[in-house]
Design a protein around this ligand. Structure first.
Ligand code: FES
Length: 199
C-alpha cells in the first residue's frame, strides 16, 4: 500500500478553529472558520495519518483535528506567541522537555518542526482532560504574568504555547507532540513522522 492510499485525504478532518488573538483592536473573538466532519470510520479504525489543510488558518488561530480519537491542535503562532516561550521558561517544570514526549524534530524550545506552527495533542498529561485555550488577554482570569497558552479546568494545570507545563501544576510533563510531517506550507500530515517522509 503506498502513502496515497494510506492517508485519509478526504479533508473532512478539520473540525473547528478558534481565534486566539484578535484583530487590530486586540479583541479576542471565538470565530470558527470551518466546521466539517470527522475522518472516515475506516481511516479512524486503521489509525491512518490524517491530512489537515491549514490554508485558511490565520496567525493566532487554532484548528482542532481528530487523530486516533484524540484532539490535535494546530496553531499558526504569532511572533508574540513565539517570543512568550522564552519569557516563561524560568517558570516551567520541564522547559527543555527532557522528560516529555515529542518527536526528534520537536526537541527544541518551540517544540515543533517550524517555530510558527504548533502541533500538539490536546490531552492533559495529568488525567487526560482536554485543556482550554487561553489567550494572553485572559490575564484577569489567569494572572498578571499570563502570556497565553492552555488551562486544564480539571485540576488547574497551565501550559504555554508550546504545551510546556507551568511549575506547581498537577500535570507531570508537557503536552505530547504527535508525529507529523509538514507536507507544504498549508498541509500537515498528522500521524506520520517527518523523518520517515524524508522531509
Ligand atoms: S487532568 Fe488536567 S489537571 Fe488534571
Amino acid at each position: 500500500m503506498n502513502d496515497e492510499t494510506k492517508v485519509d485525504k478526504t479533508r473532512r478532518n478539520l473540525v473547528v478553529a478558534t481565534s486566539v488573538v484578535g484583530g487590530a483592536a486586540g479583541v479576542v473573538a471565538a470565530a470558527p472558520f470551518v466546521a466539517s466532519m470527522w475522518p472516515s470510520e475506516r481511516a479512524k479504525a486503521a489509525g491512518a495519518p490524517v491530512e489537515a489543510d491549514i490554508s485558511r488558518l490565520a496567525p493566532g488561530e487554532m484548528a482542532v483535528i481528530e487523530w486516533r480519537g484524540k484532539p490535535v491542535w494546530i496553531i499558526r503562532r504569532t511572533k508574540e506567541m513565539i517570543d512568550s516561550l522564552k519569557a516563561v521558561a524560568p517558570r516551567l517544570t520541564d522547559p527543555a522537555s527532557k522528560s516529555s514526549e515529542q518527536p526528534k524534530y520537536a526537541e527544541n524550545e518551540h517544540r515543533s518542526a517550524k517555530p510558527e506552527l504548533m502541533v500538539m495533542e490536546g490531552v492533559c498529561t495529568h488525567l487526560g482532560c482536554s485543556p482550554q485555550l487561553k489567550s494572553a488577554e485572559a490575564k484577569a482570569e489567569m494572572g498578571a504574568d499570563w502570556a497565553g497558552g492552555f488551562y486544564c479546568p480539571c485540576h488547574g494545570s497551565k501550559f504555554d504555547f508550546a504545551g510546556r507545563v507551568f511549575r506547581g501544576a498537577p500535570a507531570p510533563t508537557n503536552l505530547k507532540v504527535p508525529p507529523y510531517t509538514l507536507v507544504s506550507d498549508n498541509t500537515v500530515l498528522i500521524g506520520e513522522d517527518q523523518e520517515k517522509k524524508g522531509a
